[in-house]
Design a protein around this ligand. Structure first.
Ligand code: BGP
Length: 477
């Protein structure tokens, strides 16, 4: 019998500071690495600045009011580190703290649960200048200092905390693919060291929070792309195991168990790129893992894995950032795996598979491996939305979300403990590498790539009214 979604289920939607706030140099805020990165000329992808974004910094009251009218139960947003500590450390900026006080209080006024992401990629540029940011071990203390400032200030009103957003993405894009700051390419050794620093920052923040607020709920959010072996050939199945250890469990095991997958570590040692541990690190990771309350999951797509011979595909691959279907490059590690397109699934214009059952699959995998509650902190469809007679008829988005919610319900019936479902995104916002052509929101925002374009007017899309019904019926719509 179907039990469906729990009664107190958190129907939500998400955003991130850099992608919505704008006000990039206001009220004491100093630049983040993204403010600088988007200004470097000659990049191969679209990089509109977040200078103005959708001006959530000034329009948050209107945005939250629309959330309230929709009946939203939780709003997931991130805090911009460089508003709180403009130099990354040292002097705290009261005006920055005040902004998030106001935003949190505005949410609470309408009984919307604030779900706070501590770090969604916008590192203060000052720390990059001081010591190369994540590459230096000093980042751990500065991060924990920043996080603790947030816990102390907001912990009386914020119960749900996501420490890091998609550590795998910001490190992979930053040190392997050169698509995020600091824009390094195939710097594998640094990539794994940076990840170790991020794990330590996560772990120490979890411990700091639990010390202050034992009842808080905490985890980090992982961009999970579950893997299917392309066939029942043992070598394809083995390739899939390799892929999962290196591309999924490498992060999730550390959050949930406090240790790296043994086989991945052996492999990194053989390449001479295994991370350096300081004394006590292993214990801290273990202790923090025992206190994590949920696995945060950003789910967009699955991937197919096939054995890749030694003379096979040698590429980091990558999504297309143009919206031209079928142009993404295939990823492959010679002698290990490659990631061909899945012929059984449709894709978005950016070549992401559309796989609702993959969401149930993800929840089941996590539940059987970790037995942790799950927060779906992102899921959604990026599309070219068209304004027609002042309206957005995004039936494709409704269909996408409806199918995913149906599968999530089955995951609940299967016994997975799902706490929340946050769509990406609430309003339209800046896509890091795709500007405003790739939209995700329930609420359309009138602007395009040009910083001075549009009125920034908010227009609820068809999906906005549909999600309102989903919430009203607790997912039965
Ligand atoms: C996730 C990020 C979000 C958001 C989303 C959509 O990786 O956490 O910040 O950007 O993906 O990605 P994109 O805008 O590239 O389509």
């Amino acid at each position: 019998e179907s039990t469906g979604f729990p009664k107190d289920f958190l129907w939500g939607s998400a955003s991130a500071a850099y992608q919505v706030e704008g006000a990039w140099a206001e009220d004491g805020k100093k630049p983040s690495v993204w403010d600088k990165f988007v200004r470097i000329p000659g990049k191969t992808f679209k990089a509109t600045t977040g200078d103005k974004a959708v001006d959530h910094y000034h329009m948050y009251k209107e945005d939250v009011r629309l959330m309230a009218e929709m009946g939203l139960k939780t709003y997931r947003f991130s805090i911009a580190w460089s508003r709180i500590y403009p130099d990354g450390n040292g002097q705290v900026n009261e005006k920055g703290l005040q902004f998030y006080d106001d935003l949190i209080n505005e949410c609470l006024k309408y009984n919307i649960v604030p779900m706070v992401t501590v770090y969604h990629w916008d590192l203060p540029q000052a720390l990059e200048d001081q010591y190369h940011g994540w590459e230096d071990r000093r980042i751990v203390d500065d991060f924990v200092n920043y996080a603790t400032t947030l816990f102390k200030r907001y912990g009386d009103r914020v119960k749900h905390w996501i420490i890091l957003n998609e550590q795998n993405v910001f490190t992979g894009h930053g040190w392997m693919l050169a698509k995020h700051p600091p824009g390094k390419f195939k710097d594998m050794k640094t990539y794994y060291q940076v990840n170790h620093h991020a794990f330590m920052a996560h772990a120490k923040s979890v411990l700091a929070l639990k010390e202050l607020y034992p009842d808080a709920l905490v985890g980090s959010s992982f961009a999970y792309g579950p893997a299917y072996a392309v066939s029942d050939k043992p070598e394809d199945q083995m390739a899939c195991v390799d892929y999962e250890d290196l591309k999924s469990y490498y992060w999730m095991d550390v959050y949930a168990y406090g240790r790296y997958p043994r086989s991945a570590m052996k492999y990194l040692e053989s390449l001479g790129v295994a991370p350096h541990f300081e004394e006590g690190d292993a214990e801290i990771l273990k202790e923090a893992a025992s206190k994590v309350d949920f696995m945060g999951v950003n789910y967009y797509k699955t991937c197919s894995i096939e054995y890749n011979p030694l003379d096979g595909v040698d590429s980091l691959g990558g999504e297309n950032n143009t919206g031209k279907k079928g142009t993404a490059e295939m990823e492959g590690v010679p002698g290990m795996y490659k990631v061909p397109a899945n012929k059984n699934l449709p894709t978005t214009d950016w070549d992401w598979t559309i796989d609702p059952m993959g969401l149930r699959f993800a929840c089941r995998k996590i539940t059987s491996r970790y037995d942790l509650p799950i927060v779906i902190s992102e899921n959604g469809l990026g599309a070219f939305d068209k304004l027609e007679d002042g309206k957005i008829h995004d039936s494709y988005r409704i269909e996408y979300l409806r199918n995913h919610i149906e599968e999530l319900k089955k995951a609940c019936d299967d016994g997975c403990r799902i706490l929340a479902y946050c769509t990406w995104s609430y309003t339209d916002l800046l896509s890091w590498l795709n500007g405003y052509q790739k939209r995700y929101g329930f609420v359309y925002v009138d602007r395009d790539e040009d910083e001075n374009s549009g009125t920034l007017k908010r227009i609820p899309k068809d999906s906005y009214y549909w999600y309102k019904k989903v919430i009203e019926t607790n997912g039965e719509e």
